[in-house]
Design a protein around this ligand. Structure first.
Ligand code: MLT
Length: 264
């Protein structure tokens, strides 16, 4: 699924979803938890975040609009702000333009919601081994459209998943982690290669994501600079954010969203 708005059209429940907003919400959340933050409450709106902070004065109030820290908030949405000395043993409420909304929306469609980004692509793929049913890779996208960096991260997770499971029986068809082999797209359809064990089946968005990951491979920073949101952040002087967010497989933490809060 290539943008959060697509979630509204999904009618069936997934075993698990991985939410991806590489620039920058899910990278920031992953970093905060890696640096000892005790939990992050995603808030869809600014008022919701402020209300949470009013109820709990110990809470860090965090978030952005138009990639800029909100007035009066402790932190914005740059992962580089979420250092151990700032976040260790604290909880935070975070509101971002796309990412935190996507997390909440995904929770309505999947039993388990994981937080993914380039940093933890391999680790997230490892966690997906725990789920035998359908997996949703939920890209946040930007303003109701596809975004290169989220789709790349989805593809990286697929790539790592296939490697981890030693799945290489392509036979001309790309395999990936968006659908289980039991999922039908059409009524009375002929199952895809159902005779193969150890197989996962792509939907077309996942196939495209996988191919994108193979194309960029280790040139993830190039991909971020190719993306529109990456160019916007670069124009605002946030080159270090792009460098940091591009560090594929540099982190083993996979945050989980459960009961309204994201923890490890
Ligand atoms: C979002 O949620 O849309 C992003 O994380 C925006 C940003 O780069 O701060």
């Amino acid at each position: 699924m290539l943008k959060k708005e697509d979630l509204k059209n999904i009618s069936f429940n997934y075993d698990a979803a991985v939410v991806l907003d590489v620039l920058r919400a899910t990278t920031t959340i992953t970093t905060a938890l890696k640096n000892g933050c005790r939990g992050i409450i995603p808030a869809a709106g600014v008022e919701e975040a402020k209300e949470l902070a009013l109820k709990d004065p110990g809470l860090l109030l965090c978030g952005e609009r138009a990639a800029v820290r909100l007035p009066g908030f402790h932190l914005g949405n740059s992962p580089l702000e979420y250092k151990a000395e700032t976040v260790k043993n604290k909880k935070a409420a975070l509101t971002t333009t796309n990412g935190t909304k996507t997390i909440k929306m995904a929770a309505e469609k999947a039993g388990t919601v994981l937080i993914g980004c380039l940093l933890n692509a391999r680790a997230a793929a490892g966690r997906l081994k725990d789920f035998s049913g359908d997996i949703l890779l939920a890209c946040a996208g930007t303003k109701n459209s596809f975004s290169l960096e989220d789709t790349l991260a989805a593809g990286m997770i697929i790539k790592e998943f296939l490697l981890l499971n030693s799945i290489n029986n392509y036979s001309g068809r790309t395999l990936a982690a968006a659908r289980s082999k039991n999922t039908s797209i059409y009524e009375n359809e002929i199952p895809l290669n159902n005779n193969l064990d150890n197989q996962v089946i792509l939907d077309d968005a996942a196939a495209a994501a996988y191919r994108l990951a193979l194309y960029y491979n280790s040139r993830t920073l190039d991909a971020l600079y190719d993306s529109l949101h990456g160019q916007k952040l670069a124009q605002m002087g946030m080159h270090d954010d792009l460098i940091y967010c591009s560090k594929v497989n540099s982190c083993s933490i996979v945050p989980v969203y459960k009961n309204g809060i994201i923890t490890t």
